[in-house]
Design a protein around this ligand. Structure first.
Ligand SMILES: [Zn+2]
Ligand SMILES: [Zn+2]
Length: 93
């Protein structure tokens, strides 16, 4: 049996937006984001490599709040895939 098609790139495998914790394997920079998704990474702003979160937890209260710092779409794999900001995507509930 091959697991190729169900490769898990992130700890969380659901459809909801998550709180993710990232650490770049190259420069060791750590950051957190309230716009983290299953099997989606974010770029390290220094190294410009895609980094997957080592830890994810679902957001409490529906995850549709827009507080926090502006979301850097150009660093976010989900935004790039969607073609628009993934914060907007989470509001369709
Ligand atoms: Zn880095
Ligand atoms: Zn995004």
């Amino acid at each position: 049996m091959s697991d190729e098609t169900t490769k898990k790139l992130t700890p969380y495998q659901g459809d909801l937006r998550c709180f993710g914790e990232f650490q770049c394997p190259m420069c060791r920079r750590e950051w957190k984001s309230g716009n983290s998704w299953a099997n989606m990474g974010q770029e390290c702003e220094k190294c410009r490599i895609n980094v997957y979160p080592y830890k994810q937890s679902t957001l409490k209260g529906g995850g549709n709040k827009d507080d926090g710092p502006p979301h850097p779409s150009e660093m976010c794999e989900k935004c790039k895939k969607l073609g628009y900001c993934c914060r907007t995507y989470s509001r369709r509930y």
